[in-house]
Design a protein around this ligand. Structure first.
Ligand SMILES: [Zn+2]
Ligand SMILES: [Zn+2]
Ligand SMILES: [Zn+2]
Ligand SMILES: [Zn+2]
Length: 250
């Protein structure tokens, strides 16, 4: 083995190398997740807010009390340290979706402070008869005997699919009347500065061909194996979000 992996274009030093890459990427993801959680708190708390991290009840250790601003700064700094490792040694693979190249560098995308917010509509129906709550005669909280059926493979008793459900179609079961979420209609997905789930972040963004030419010196074919190393460089600054604003206050 000459240490070069011709498939990936990177170094290959055996299975331990793969483990090292997995661990480095997990470390980077952990730092980014920590940053996303702490930055989300900045929407509700000031950067000066003091958080007691480790001391046990009633024995406050001043060393374990840290300001929120410091935690966000630390998570940001650690994300860059892990990014230096990932970008410098392994690189981030760019992907081609059939039309455009996508940048999936987790550290770079962490600096775009936008996340996915999903808008859905739901409908609650009676667990006994399936009528919209409570247009039927069933009393919520009371138990009723109903016959098990399976509509489009879903059991009316447990709402599970056939592989999981243990109920026998045609048998009678005792079931409690309660509201059951029935219809989940996806209305929209929007990009917002504060997503409901702080970890629901952008996973990729398209790259212009001119940017690719600037970076690689040529327009790569769609089957090229492209590695980006920009996460080993200095911070590019933030777009949107609370952190830029807050870091001036810290
Ligand atoms: Zn990267
Ligand atoms: Zn009912
Ligand atoms: Zn069932
Ligand atoms: Zn940064």
């Amino acid at each position: 083995m000459d240490g070069l992996n011709y498939d990936t274009g990177g170094l290959y030093l055996g299975p331990l190398w793969e483990c090292a890459e997995d661990d480095a990427r997990i470390a980077l993801k952990s730092c980014i997740d920590a940053f996303n959680w702490f930055e989300d708190l900045l929407w509700d708390l000031s950067p000066d807010h003091r958080i007691d991290f480790m001391s046990k009840e009633r024995s406050v250790d001043p060393i374990s009390v840290v300001t929120l601003g410091r935690l966000v700064d630390d998570a940001h700094a650690w994300a860059h340290r892990a990014g230096e490792l990932v970008g410098g040694i392994f690189g981030c693979r760019m992907t081609h979706d059939g039309q455009d190249w996508q940048d999936e560098c987790a550290l770079s995308l962490m600096h775009v402070r936008l996340g996915n917010s999903v808008g859905m509509t739901t409908n609650y129906v009676c667990s006994i008869c399936g009528v919209v709550c409570w247009d039927c005669d069933h009393e919520p909280g009371n138990n009723y005997f109903i016959i098990a059926t399976r509509d489009e493979e879903v059991c009316n008793i447990c709402r599970d699919a056939q592989e999981v459900c243990t109920h026998t179609v045609g048998s009678t079961y005792d079931k409690r009347a309660e509201p059951t979420m029935q219809v989940l209609e996806l209305r929209e997905i929007s990009l917002v500065p504060r997503p409901r789930d702080p970890l629901a972040r952008i996973k990729g963004r398209g790259i212009d061909e001119t940017d690719l030419i600037d970076y690689f010196g040529f327009a790569p074919p769609s089957d090229a194996n492209l590695l980006c190393h920009k996460c080993m460089y200095t911070c590019e600054g933030f777009r949107a979000g609370r952190y830029d604003e807050a870091s001036e206050l810290v």
